[in-house]
Design a protein around this ligand. Structure first.
Ligand code: PLP
Length: 420
């Protein structure tokens, strides 16, 4: 069957025809046949250079040979034990060795589970209930953070099915806005357990913190007994060996991870200072558990991946990111398009917005319809990126300079179509 027919069939049995909402796009998403390295192939016979990369986990590209080999070996000796393994210690040591804020780590099954657990832990540690997030940040599909609100006011649910009682414990403030954050903490800091943030906002495109903003956030949280949680589900092991906290040189109290930590298999993790982490069950009173937590297949994939990520790896990846970004900039300069290219390390995006983008409101001033024309034109040119202005695009080590040159050429063509 072709993608078009599979989508019709899928919609009969799976809500919206997809297992996660962003995967659906008009008129229908392509259905995947296989993937290898930097390429993904659909059932219709098309091949794409993949810059979606499963929304971030595949830093080595698809089906990395070492990961495949070692995970396959693990599969032959069992896929779940319900008892600890030495490999969990090996992966935990890898995480602790790399991530500046990590002294201890607990493995979970997804990034969302990691952020939910880290927030609970922060509440348990501080004895306070309220939390702060930034407008537009995504921390997983759980009730604590699927909320929206005006600065200084209690949040309300952002989607149906979330109790108002849960939402009202969260505040949301604009990213990169020191004044809004400071006003809120002055007003209600005594009741706030933690501030959770994406260091680079990867779920409304790709927005970096302004110079000095992270230092400000670190200082004001510390002064007010508010735990600082860096949600590094995207940036962890992507921007640097030690994630965004190494890249920008600011250390939080707790860190949440996902995507790359599981080497392309489902996994999440949260980590932090020993005195905080020791509060988790069975040592402490904060409950956290999971049948598949520390799953041996995911743990093996995580080890096989992280062992390949040294400082040289990140230098190479950054060089590739810079190459692509400078090519995109040249196209924009030549053609005079009113758009803003953004990105850092191996993350990139183009905002269909002529003004600089510092926060959620700026991001939403983008011409999302024109973006979709660009997205569709890119697909025609053989390049796959997430089908949304409000996602980030990625580069893996499997992308060759030839791939990136092709991507840059495809972007040039796609922009021409989008602005026709
Ligand atoms: N936090 C961030 C920053 C994310 O980007 C995501 C997912 O994209 C999550 C948390 C949730 O992770 P998962 O989809 O593994 O639950």
């Amino acid at each position: 069957m072709f993608s078009k027919d599979l989508f019709q069939e899928s919609k009969k049995f799976i809500p919206g025809g997809v297992s996660s909402p962003v995967r659906a796009f008009e008129p229908y998403p392509f259905f995947v046949k296989k993937a290898s390295g930097s390429k993904i192939y659909d059932v219709d016979g098309n091949k794409y250079i993949d810059h979606c990369l499963a929304y971030g986990p595949l830093i080595l590209g698809h089906a990395d040979p070492k990961v495949v080999r070692e995970v396959s070996n693990q599969l032959t000796i069992g896929s779940a034990y319900g008892a600890p393994t030495e490999n969990e210690i090996i992966l935990a040591k890898e995480v602790v060795d790399r991530i500046p804020s990590a002294e201890m780590v607990r493995f979970v099954n997804s990034g969302g589970e990691a952020t939910m657990s880290a927030i609970r832990l922060a509440r348990g540690f501080t004895g306070k209930d309220k939390i702060i997030k930034f407008d537009g940040a995504y921390h997983g599909a759980h009730d604590y953070t699927l909320v929206k609100g005006k600065p200084g006011e209690a949040c309300v649910p952002d989607t149906k099915g979330i109790p108002l009682d849960t939402a009202k414990n969260t505040y949301s403030v604009p990213f990169n806005d020191e004044e809004a954050l400071s006003d809120l903490i002055q007003k209600d800091g005594d009741n706030i357990a933690c501030l959770i943030m994406e260091v680079v906002m990867g779920n409304i495109g790709c927005i970096e913190p302004k110079k000095g903003f992270l230092e400000f956030v670190r200082k004001i949280t510390e002064e007010n007994n508010i735990l600082l949680i860096f949600d590094e589900v995207i940036t962890g092991f992507r921007l640097a060996r030690g994630g965004a906290q190494e890249y920008y040189g600011v250390t939080p109290d707790l860190t949440t991870m996902g995507k790359i930590v599981g080497g392309g298999l489902p996994m999440g993790a949260f980590a932090g200072k020993k005195e905080i982490m020791e509060l988790i069950a069975p040592n402490g009173p904060v409950y956290q558990a999971g049948t598949f937590s520390g799953n041996p297949i995911s743990v093996q994939a995580g080890i096989s991946t992280l062992k390949q990520l040294d400082d040289k790896f990140y230098k190479d990846l950054e060089r590739k990111g810079n190459f692509l970004r400078s090519n995109i900039q040249s196209v924009i300069d030549e053609q005079g398009y009113n758009i803003t290219p953004v990105g850092c390390g191996s993350m990139f995006q183009i905002y269909f917005n002529p003004a600089p983008v510092y926060n959620n409101e700026d991001a939403h001033n983008s011409d999302a319809k024109r973006f979709l024309r660009y997205f569709r034109a890119l697909l025609k040119e053989g390049v796959f990126i997430p089908p949304s202005q409000f996602e980030c695009n990625f580069i893996s080590s499997a992308h060759t300079m030839e791939d990136l040159t092709q991507t840059a050429e495809a972007i040039e063509m796609a922009l021409e179509v989008a602005f026709k």
